[in-house]
Write a protein that binds this ligand. Structure first.
Ligand code: GAL
Length: 667
């Protein structure tokens, strides 16, 4: 594995030497070494520079650059180069063009222009990958294969005729008969009943709402189709290069792909993080995906594969990462368990769509830029603290995440389009984050028995595996929290018989009589023994079936009715939050539940100061990151240790400078 080759954290980024004259290459190596770079991703968008027609390749530049990296002690994460198809390929293979919902063909001229089910794309990538792997599998610089790049980043779905035919194959495998398909999608409704397989179509542009079952299955099918592209490449690599780990880079807040299913096929989980650096963006919005990736990696190391050293080019307005922010985000990844920090990209392009995207070497081309100096500083710090590499992040609290649920809940004509899965996940994640309560991510089929508290907001779709594991978890002493619009449908998106919250009713001790979603100008209030809050988005009429009302609504026809409920079920406890409270309420509510069940924050700090913890058998490291633009003081509450970045012993009350990190190795 990677760890055996690279001792410590990986550091580096996307390197695109094919965009530069060779005269730059020696300088690249010198500046990489100065910044302690030990890994570069090469060739990601280089297909057109490697192959000029079928069977004709020119690997001269790639041979030379791999040798140069090796001579300079820099390892290579070598791309299979399949992320962007060269223009010559489309002439003889028009099936490669993706087609959008309206039936428009998407042309080349940008990147990622391919239909995931195109036989020609599959064949051309097989030939390319076989040639690349065969040529470089024993190269001494090679430590990882990088398949494709950010799958579905631009083309999330294709609706072409090839996809339509493959969709039918996929459906036949899932349902066997048309009767089963008709039953599952409920096609008696609106005269949609299918009598012939060939009449079944992708959910192309239509008159009004689609059949939700069809839309859900198309999302599942698309995720599987793209996974198939990955598997085609993986199979070739595995046969020819069995010992080199494989990665593909995931993305932030990414809905089109079922990463839980994908993660099972990937050796090294990696992801690309691009938080908006404009002042005021909550750092939890970036931290959440580190924790999600750690969950997807399931105990294996994960890597931050891309981040920008400063600004990006693809927002409307692209502010810089102000001084110190790159360092904070880099160490945030490590604090959440990452084993590497990588950038997009090494040298800033002079031409092309990304010429105003920041890079480690800026347009000035020298080593005097603020950005490069920060890159060097971070490289040196990671190198100095390699002993942290390999340690783990362990938490008592987990959030449950599910892609089928995400897809299903966001394609429901009614009750409210304002309800978004990630927003709800982020509400609960941020409440824990602000309280410095560490969170892991688990999935509907995970073993959750090791946790004290599991939070599953907006669990609209409850699969049998979730229903069983949550029941077992609570019965044996676990604490479970869920929110409104949970326990509504089964895996086929059919509403549970006997009402809501379906299979969660037993453990929650409630039933839901009606939902009353609120328009954006509407609100209600809730109050409990400790606090009150304005609530938005959703209210509902909850009937108690054993549970106690913990908080009640304060307004309108729901005044005095339960809003938050608590139920002691066997040895455990279940909570239900039937509305969307303000962040402060939610944080205090979670702090109370955690306190009652002996779950401690890593440390209590002012808002904007993040604290996470990595541990190995003997040592504990606290990562304290001050995202505020002001100095903050922190009470270590009896803890003490060596602050590694300054080399000073710390104890009791300490000050942390604005936009600065500390790593304390506890004594
Ligand atoms: C990523 C992509 C990179 C580069 C970067 C710019 O999404 O993988 O190739 O385009 O964005 O921020």
């Amino acid at each position: 594995m990677l760890k055996e080759t690279i001792n410590g954290f990986t550091y580096g980024g996307d390197y695109n030497p094919e965009q530069w004259e060779k005269t730059y290459w020696e300088d690249d190596m010198r500046l990489m070494k100065k910044a302690q770079v030990n890994l570069v991703s090469i060739g990601i968008f280089s297909w057109a520079r490697l192959q000029s027609k079928e069977g004709v390749y020119d690997f001269t530049w790639l041979d030379e650059i791999l040798d140069l990296c090796h001579e300079n002690g820099i390892f290579v994460d070598l791309a299979t180069a399949t992320a962007s198809v060269p223009p010559w390929a489309y002439k003889d293979h028009p099936d490669i063009f993706p087609v959008d919902k309206q039936g428009n063909r998407l042309w080349y001229g940008s990147r990622q222009t391919y239909c995931p089910n195109s036989p020609s794309y599959h064949n051309l990538t097989k030939e390319l990958v076989t040639t690349i792997v065969n040529r470089y599998k024993d190269h001494p610089a090679l430590v990882m294969w990088h398949i494709n790049n950010e799958y579905t980043c631009h083309v999330r779905e294709c609706f072409c005729d090839t996809c339509a035919a493959e969709f039918r194959v996929w459906l036949k495998e899932r349902y066997g008969t048309l009767d089963r398909l008709n039953g599952s999608w409920g096609t008696s409704f609106w005269s949609q009943w299918y009598h012939n397989w060939e009449d079944v179509m992708p959910p192309r542009q239509t008159t009004t709402q689609h059949n939700p079952g069809q839309v859900l299955d198309y999302q599942r099918f698309m995720s599987d189709s793209v996974l198939n592209c990955f598997m085609i490449e993986k199979k070739i690599i595995r046969e020819m290069s069995p010992d080199i780990p494989i990665t593909t880079n995931f993305m932030l807040d990414w809905k089109p792909l079922d990463y839980v299913k994908w993660a099972k096929e990937i050796d090294v989980i990696s992801w690309d993080s691009y938080p908006n650096p404009a002042t005021g963006v909550h750092p939890a919005k970036n931290a959440i995906d580190h924790d999600l990736m750690r969950g997807l990696a399931d105990g294996k190391p994960f890597i931050l594969m891309e981040q920008s050293p400063s600004q990006v080019n693809w927002r409307d307005i692209n502010t810089v990462k102000y001084p110190g922010l790159n360092r904070l985000y880099s160490l945030q990844s490590i604090g959440h368990g990452s084993e590497g920090v990588m950038y997009f990209q090494w040298r800033q392009s002079r031409r092309g769509a990304e010429k105003f995207h920041s890079a480690c070497i800026t347009h000035t081309g020298d080593e005097n830029s603020r950005v490069y100096k920060e890159v060097v500083e971070i490289g040196e710090e990671l190198k100095a603290h390699t002993d942290i590499s390999g340690s783990e992040v362990k938490n008592q609290v987990a959030i449950m995440y599910d892609y089928d649920n995400w897809w299903a809940v966001e394609y429901e004509p009614g009750p409210s389009c304002a309800v978004k899965y990630r927003d709800m996940i982020l509400d609960y994640y941020t409440a824990c984050y602000d309280a410095n309560i560490g969170v892991d991510f688990v999935f509907q089929d995970s073993d959750i028995s090791q946790y004290e508290l599991v939070i599953a907001p907006l669990s609209y779709m409850v699969k049998p595996s979730m229903a069983e594991s949550v029941k077992r978890f609570v019965a044996s002493g676990g604490v479970f929290i869920t929110s409104f619009f949970s326990g509504i449908v089964d895996e086929e998106d059919a509403v549970f018989e006997n009402g809501y919250p379906g299979p969660l009713a037993d453990i929650l001790g409630i039933s839901i009589e009606e939902f009353n979603p609120l328009e954006s100008h509407m609100f209600n209030g809730i109050t409990d023994a400790l606090q009150s809050s304005k609530v938005t988005m959703w209210t509902e009429l909850i009937r108690l079936k054993g549970a106690q009302a913990y908080a009640s609504f304060t307004e309108d026809y729901l005044e005095g009715e339960p809003a938050v409920t608590c139920y002691d079920y066997e040895k455990g406890q279940s909570w239900y939050v039937g509305t969307r409270p303000e962040p402060t309420y939610l944080r205090r509510f979670l702090e109370k539940v955690c306190y009652d069940h002996g779950i401690e924050p890593v440390l209590k700090t002012p808002l904007g100061v993040e604290v996470t913890k990595r541990v190995d058998g003997e040592n504990t490291w606290l990562f304290i990151l001050n995202f505020n633009r002001d100095e903050m003081s922190i009470d270590l509450c009896g803890l003490s240790g060596l602050e590694l970045l300054s080399g000073e012993e710390v104890s009791q009350k300490i000050s942390i400078r604005a936009v600065s990190p500390m790593i304390i190795k506890l004594s």
